[in-house]
Design a protein around this ligand. Structure first.
Ligand code: DAH
Length: 342
């Protein structure tokens, strides 16, 4: 029996040394030392031995058991070390590699500008409303009192999409949309893209406007002046002045062109001023009192005693002035070196 014991033990030690994975090592442990393992079975046989043989064999068996356990433990540690080495090799990090540059996104300068203005007018109670960029010829033109023979309808200016449908040439069509959709009072802003067949350093076939409309009882020209002065001072600085020059737009009467004092040279008319070119003023927007024809077309009755004003401005022009951007086309070229500055 002693021979059988050393045969089992010797073979076990060899197998342990040869085993190359934790799984096979565990398998060896079970076949030897498990409940039904060969060494365990052998130990069970001890009871059938004589009292002289029993202690000798028992001691030898325990000796082997310890040896095997030790070998198992040692091999396990060695295998674990190898596995860890392999894992470290696989997941090696090169901490000297250059870091990847993160480009955080930001709002386009045109979006920033329009949002800033919406926020300013918003404080005076204006709500934002949107209109479609594909607009009916009727709402883009007739409904804002631009008759069929008006030069603005010229094929050279307007993109026609189909019979009776154009890419809106301005946001003014939203004036009629709003008045048709809601009865007075109306106090809305409409930001959005508009389209004209035009392309050079100061014109783009697509650009953005911000339209404003305020209709209520007793709205006067002085209210228009006050609203625009508030807006100009919030945007260009507290000492900004505005001036209204008489002008013509078909949908307002009287109509005005609104200038803002140059925020750089402050009406001092410096010949060198790059912004106002020495005039002291910046031509910024069109405005006026809503033409009575528009109220008629909207179905408002005269007895309601309504009046109102409207204004419209180009967002790119404001952004270019505020940031001293020399060429409109820079805004639409998608060059990150340019856009990343804002
Ligand atoms: N729609 C005009 C344009 O595109 C701008 C404008 C002028 C809008 C006067 C208005 C206004 O509301 O009253 O040039």
């Amino acid at each position: 029996m002693l021979e059988k014991l050393s045969a089992i033990g010797g073979q076990a030690l060899e197998e342990i040394e040869r085993s190359s994975s934790l799984e096979s090592l565990d398998q060896i442990r079970v076949t030897l030392l498990g409940k039904k393992g060969s060494l365990s079975e052998l130990l069970k046989g001890l009871s059938g031995l004589s009292p002289q043989e029993r202690p000798v064999l028992g001691a030898a068996a325990n000796e082997w058991k310890k040896k095997i356990e030790l070998a198992l433990e040692g091999r396990k540690t060695a295998l674990e070390k190898v596995l860890l080495e392999q894992q470290l090799q696989r997941e090696k990090l090169d901490i000297s590699a250059p870091a990847r540059i993160v480009h955080p996104g930001s709002l386009h300068v045109v979006t920033q500008t329009v949002r800033r203005m919406i926020q300013i007018f918003g404080r005076l109670g204006f709500d934002v409303t949107l209109g479609p960029e594909a607009e009916t010829e009727y709402l883009n033109f007739e409904a804002v009192n631009i008759p069929a023979d008006h030069p603005a309808r010229d094929m050279q200016d307007t993109f026609f999409l189909g019979p009776g449908v154009v890419l809106r040439t301005h946001t003014s069509g939203v004036q009629m949309r709003s008045m048709l959709a809601q009865k007075s009072p109306v106090r809305i802003l409409c930001p959005g893209a508009v389209y004209r067949c035009d392309h050079d350093a100061t014109h783009s076939p697509m650009f953005h406007q911000l339209e404003g409309l305020w209709v209520d009882r007793n709205v006067r020209m002085s209210d228009l002046n006050g609203v625009l002065l508030f807006w100009a001072r919030e945007l260009f600085g507290a000492d900004t002045q505005i001036r209204l020059r008489p002008s013509y737009f078909p949908f307002v009467e009287p109509g005005a062109e609104v200038d803002v004092s140059c925020f750089r040279c402050r009406v001092k008319r410096s010949e060198q001023c790059r912004i106002c070119k020495g005039t002291g003023w910046l031509e910024i927007l069109g405005a006026g009192m809503v033409h009575p024809r528009l109220f008629e077309m909207a179905g408002y009755s005269r007895s309601e005693g309504l009046s109102g004003f409207a204004f419209g401005l180009g967002v790119e022009r404001i952004a270019m002035l505020l940031h001293e951007i020399p060429d409109l086309r820079l805004l639409f070229q998608g060059d990150m070196r340019f856009l990343g500055q804002f």
